[in-house]
Design a protein around this ligand. Structure first.
Ligand SMILES: Nc1ncnc2c1ncn2[C@@H]1O[C@H](COP(=O)(O)OP(=O)(O)O)[C@@H](O)[C@H]1O
Ligand SMILES: [Mg+2]
Length: 297
């Protein structure tokens, strides 16, 4: 592609202001998380993992320079192909490859301190599990690049943090199963069978039997924490976080929690049954709620 110095705004995401494309690169402002993100991207490059942008350094304005990845990213309004199951399976496999490639990356303590979750009064503790790698943890439709109907790359590693496989798969499910009541879903995902899609994701990722049982309790705890963390970000960081909070993000999180508490039994059943076809049929509408911690709200 011909190199041009013209800057084209890239408005796809919700959070970061001032992202532009310059030729075959993207320029993004730095934040406290940036040293970890650059470490992650450089590690992935050393591993030969090509499903992520390359970090090329800083430009004269102090912005990070990343390679632009050609392909299809869901814009708004969201395209119908968000519901496509082949794409979902390809995404589950891509995230598995990413997480496997992250093994062996040892971030510095300064990198980790900059992204550590704040202590917030009232916020329940994180699930009691040792992190397994630095996960992406923000696998929204706007952060996945597709080509020829397959997920080929993840972008926007700004929320990367130490994570377990369950944390990463929960994040994937939250956006793509999705874990939300119908009224809060993007149009193409209204009415889809979230339990069946959760199973597809877990199978594509290769989630272990023990981790399948942990998925719903982890989802509930992470969702409880996200209410406090989003509120904190809105109050302390402002910008896109404040816009999302003012746009009702806190209420949506509460509705997700209620949805997880009522659907959790069906999700776990779909994840653990020997025959996923059976789970998608007769179990529809089941209301088993044995899903670990409750919201207490
Ligand atoms: N490296 C990249 N390759 C291709 N497209 C990108 C890249 N980085 C950003 N984009 C596009 O710009 C949009 C916003 O960038 P993103 O890094 O996700 O910012 P935000 O923090 O606002 O979500 C993305 O949804 C995508 O459409
Ligand atoms: Mg984004």
């Amino acid at each position: 592609m011909a190199r041009s110095e013209a800057e084209t705004p890239l408005p796809g995401g919700d959070v970061t202001d001032g992202i532009v494309r310059v030729g075959d690169t993207v320029r993004r402002p730095l934040g406290p998380h940036s040293p970890l993100v650059h470490g992650v991207l450089q590690h992935l490059e050393r591993q030969g993992f090509d499903g992520a942008p390359r970090y090329l350094g800083l430009d004269e304005q102090g912005r990070e320079i990343l390679t632009y990845i050609e392909g299809e990213v869901a814009g708004r309004p969201h395209p119908a192909w968000l519901a496509d199951e082949q794409r979902l399976v390809s995404l589950g496999k891509l995230v598995r490859h990413l997480d496997d490639a992250m093994a062996g990356f040892a971030p510095s303590s300064a990198m980790l301190e900059a992204v550590a979750a704040p202590e917030i009064p009232g916020m329940p503790p994180a699930p009691d599990a040792e992190p397994e790698f630095v996960g992406h943890l923000d696998i929204t439709p706007e952060n996945v690049v597709f080509r020829e109907g397959k997920a080929v790359a993840l972008i926007d590693f700004d929320l990367a943090k130490p994570a377990t496989r369950v944390d990463e798969v929960f994040n994937l499910c939250m956006w793509w199963a999705p874990f939300a009541p119908d009224g809060d879903r993007t149009r193409p995902l209204r009415g889809v069978d979230s339990a069946a899609r959760t199973r597809l994701i877990a199978d594509a990722y290769g989630l272990s039997p023990a981790d399948r049982v942990r998925l719903v309790p982890t989802a509930i705890r992470r969702t409880e924490r996200s209410w406090y963390l989003m509120k904190y970000r809105a109050e302390h960081d402002g910008g896109g976080w404040l816009r999302m909070w003012q746009d009702g993000a806190g209420e949506r999180i509460r509705r997700r929690l209620t949805w997880l508490e009522s659907e959790g039994g069906r999700l776990t059943e779909a994840l653990t049954t020997a025959d996923p076809g059976a789970a998608a049929g007769p179990l529809r509408g089941a209301t088993s709620c044995d899903v670990g911690q409750s919201a207490g709200s």
